[in-house]
Design a binder for this molecule. Structure first.
Ligand SMILES: Nc1ncnc2c1ncn2[C@@H]1O[C@H](COP(=O)(O)OP(=O)(O)OP(=O)(O)O)[C@@H](O)[C@H]1O
Ligand SMILES: [Mg+2]
Length: 353
């Protein structure tokens, strides 16, 4: 890659070259002039007190002045083009971005110098990020509207039916309404968690706790639903004490177990926790069908769901985003990889202290 010199160095170099060129021009041409005059008009040197330039010397003075000015103008033009072309391109793209065209990019000028070339690439990077954020914003708005519309439509239909006497307002009807309201509540809470985590405001109440006993508390609640769905639990829980927010850890584990129930094929579910080299790990593995490669890359992003024909429907795609938010709030990470059991392995890891 060609290294562009800094602008100040380039200006100094250009000025030095112009001055050198002009001095050389004056020196060489004066030697040539006087050599020529000595041969062709030696009488011009007869009077040493005549300080008025001769006709030839006047021509030479005018010619060297014009050539020197031309050299300076050409050099300044070239130099300013190399500085201004990228700046103009950035200014034009800025205007377009201000008018809402986030796809505008500054054109890289092949002769652009150090800082100007850097400015173009930094500007383009910023524009790229801006466009990405705008795409994300549009996607989020559409996804939230979509997720809220279904339960709200159902609730409105049911309530309208009850008001008009189409549905009987019995216990079963109210239980179903309550289930939809709870679903809405969970959706709003998940959205809140992901938004808080994105802005770095997901607060934790860290205390010393045992991952094993937190996992057992969750399993006590989740085991009946997993068993009735055909899953057998396999536990490998280490006894270590770690610093964590137990409520959030339980929430993350519950989301992972809920995913197993919804998306995995019935079989063995392994839940393991361990601490090694100061890193705590909490893993949930199943026997299949696993996560396909295309989804695996962004499975922890909000609203990312697998093929509904493969993994069942009903989720809003926020469960794993919440798991990731919890792991990150603990200073760690959440990841997914194929399990030795044949399905997916979801891991939350974070520092022990
Ligand atoms: N154990 C698993 N086995 C296979 N696929 C899984 C598993 N866990 C998650 N997935 C896939 O990852 C996707 C994203 O999971 P996530 O928990 O974020 O959303 P969801 O379960 O669809 O909805 P929500 O959790 O908001 O109710 C799922 O739609 C599913 O396709
Ligand atoms: Mg889920």
């Amino acid at each position: 890659m060609k290294l562009n010199a800094g602008i100040s160095r380039q200006i100094s170099l250009s000025m030095a070259l112009v001055v050198l060129g002009v001095i050389l021009l004056v020196q060489v041409s004066s030697y040539a002039l006087y050599a020529w005059m000595l041969r062709t008009a030696p009488e011009s040197f007869n009077d040493p007190y005549d300080l008025w330039p001769s006709k030839e010397e006047l021509y030479w003075l005018v010619a060297t002045t014009i050539i020197s000015v031309a050299i300076a103008v050409i050099a300044a033009g070239k130099l300013s083009r190399r500085i201004l072309a990228p700046l103009n391109s950035v200014a034009e793209s800025l205007r377009q971005i201000a008018q809402g065209n986030l796809a505008a990019r500054a054109l890289p000028y092949h002769q652009a110098m150090g800082e100007a070339a850097q400015l173009v690439s930094d500007f383009n990077l910023m524009a790229e990020r801006l466009q990405h954020m705008e795409r994300e914003r549009v996607f989020w708005n559409a996804a939230i509207a979509h997720e809220l519309r279904t339960p709200v439509t159902i609730l409105r239909g049911r309530l309208q039916g009850i008001t008009e006497g189409v549905f009987v307002p019995d216990q079963a009807q109210f239980e179903s309404l309550l289930a939809h309201v709870e679903g809405l509540g969970r959706l709003i809470e998940d959205l809140r968690m992901v938004a808080l985590a994105d802005s770095g405001h997901l607060g934790l109440l860290r205390v010393e706790a045992s991952l094993a006993s937190e996992a057992l508390t969750v399993l006590h609640l989740a085991e009946p639903m997993l068993r009735s769905a055909g899953f057998q639990l396999q536990l490998q829980l280490g006894p270590e004490q770690v610093m964590c927010d137990p409520m959030r850890i339980r929430q993350a584990l519950l989301a992972l177990l809920e995913n197993v129930r919804k998306h995995a094929t019935p079989g063995v579910v392994r839940i393991s926790s361990s601490v090694s080299d100061g890193v705590c790990r909490l893993c949930v593995e199943d026997q299949g069908p696993g996560i396909d490669a295309a989804l695996a890359q962004h499975v922890f992003d909000a609203f990312q769901r697998g093929d509904p024909s493969r993994s069942g429907t009903g989720g809003s795609g926020l469960g794993l985003a919440v798991v990731k938010a919890i792991a990150i709030a603990h200073g760690g990470q959440a990841s997914c990889r194929p399990s030795t059991l044949g399905g997916a392995l979801f891991e939350i890891r974070f520092p022990q202290q």
